[in-house]
Design a protein around this ligand. Structure first.
Ligand code: AMP
Ligand code: GLY
Length: 429
């Protein structure tokens, strides 16, 4: 099979790395890719928003499968474009159509879906500029902290957690007045859930599903979960507190009703569902759905998948996932992200990276990197590169990942030193 993977981050390098290991993969293209994906396939300079150009490339190169990494092309309707264009209809597409992508593209849509299917989530209501008075009255009924969410995609910045009522009301008004553009013309206000977050990943063909390994990511820039939000500073898989009993609750209360809901509502869905969960005293609640894999969760989840990934994806596209089986490496994975100094605010690109020595059971995944003159490897983004180590125990995986990360250098490199430490502490309690 010839495969085209869309995206350019660490998630895509990890997916490409597994696809390239499959005996079912003939040629692998990544658009636009990064310096890491260039090592496992062929990067192509395609604009992910230009569906016609993508279709043209797919026909020209006899691509059989399109795997969509990020959410934007899905929300923009790339899967529908392929299904509705006669010459492209035969292409297997991994990723939902526009309607399924609303689970990520609209918080209000996702919440209403959860309500219809009795899926546990925080109590909420959605408001617009016309219902500001009702929105303020709803805030009055809630307790601090207050959670305000822009309905649409806001590059991961659309959620505000407010410490007091006055700030919540002031920021609510700003959001409805266009703080996040059209994305915050509607705002979801919801109850604050307190607990520990984790992510669960599902691969579904719209009828059947496989539960992929769980993971936890570290969103804040600073140690001890302080400072600004980032794309993610590291991840751990599996999550030790997500034991059999907890995962059974997740499956029964969340995963099954979600897949059943998609099927009953005739939403054509062939792809990943990333369920962001809060563990509230042993009970899972959905914080959000994403219609793709997480980054950097993929970098710790995918190295643990021992089954042939292309075979799983083919079953996903064809609706035969009931015939597939998932083999997972029982070892723990720890991913440590290295970022450019200044990230997530102002940072520089184009710094020369030295990669250090390879280490057994550690994979280096590229995020924002590109090839420079000669053999030079240059930084090309905020999140630059990460190391994922596999080991029999979580403490060993963390140590191995940090040891490898220490050998990677560039001017201004920054990493958090506490990835996974909260989980180790929990395990000792
Ligand atoms: P989201 O973009 O929906 O993932 O929200 C961003 C982050 O805000 C989440 O990862 C949580 O840490 C936090 N968050 C969102 N909703 C809630 C909630 N209802 N209660 C507590 N924290 C929340
Ligand atoms: N790591 C969170 C995300 O991919 O959205």
């Amino acid at each position: 099979m010839n495969i085209l993977l869309l995206g350019s981050g660490g998630r895509e390098h990890a997916i490409a790395f597994k696809i390239a290991q499959s005996t079912l993969c003939n040629r692998l293209f990544i658009a636009p890719g990064n310096a890491g994906t260039a090592g496992v396939g062929t990067n192509v300079d395609l604009d992910m928003a230009d569906f016609a150009a993508m279709g043209h490339f797919v026909l020209e190169q006899h691509v059989d499968m399109l795997v969509v990494g990020p959410e934007a092309p899905l929300v923009a309707g790339i899967a529908d474009y392929f299904h509705q264009t006669p010459e492209l209809r035969h292409v297997l597409v991994i990723g939902p159509g526009k309607e399924g992508a609303c689970l990520e593209g609209s918080k209000d849509y996702a919440k209403a879906f959860m309500m219809r299917h009795n899926i546990p989530t925080a109590r909420y209501q959605t408001f617009t500029r016309d219902t500001l008075a009702e929105a303020e009255a709803f805030l009055d009924t809630l307790q601090a902290p207050y959670v305000l969410k822009a309905d649409g995609l806001a590059a991961g910045k659309g959620v505000l957690i407010e410490p007091d009522l006055a700030t919540a009301k002031a920021h609510l008004r700003e959001m409805l007045d266009g703080k996040f553009g059209a994305a915050s013309a509607s705002v979801v206000i919801e109850e604050y859930l307190s607990g520990i977050e984790l992510s669960v990943f599902v691969l579904t063909d719209g009828q059947h599903y496989l539960l992929l390994p769980s993971a936890k990511d570290y969103k804040r820039i600073g140690e001890g979960d302080t400072g600004l939000n980032t794309g993610g500073m590291g991840s751990i898989s599996p999550v030790p507190f997500a034991d059999k009993e907890f995962m059974k609750k997740v499956e029964d209360r969340i995963v099954k009703p979600t897949v059943r809901g998609l099927r009953d509502e005739k939403i054509d869905y062939h792809g990943f569902i990333f369920v962001g969960l809060m563990n509230c005293g042993g009970d899972p609640y959905v914080i959000e759905y994403n219609v793709r894999m997480g980054d950097p969760e993929t970098e710790s989840v995918f190295p643990r998948i021992k089954s042939d990934v292309v075979e799983l994806l083919e079953h996903t596209a064809r609706g035969t996932l009931d015939r597939a089986s998932l083999i997972v490496d029982p070892r723990s994975a720890a991913c440590v992200m290295m970022v450019a100094g200044g990230y997530p605010e102002h940072y520089e690109k184009g710094k020369v990276i030295t990669l250090g020595e390879e280490a057994p059971d550690v994979t280096v995944f590229h995020c924002g990197t590109k090839k420079g003159e000669g053999d030079a490897l240059l930084t090309n983004g905020g999140r630059v590169i990460c190391t994922t180590a596999l080991a029999a125990t979580l403490p060993e995986a963390i140590l191995k990942s940090y040891n490898r990360a220490a050998t990677i250098e560039w001017e201004g490199k920054y990493l958090r030193r506490d990835i996974g430490q909260d989980l180790l502490k929990l395990m000792q309690e």
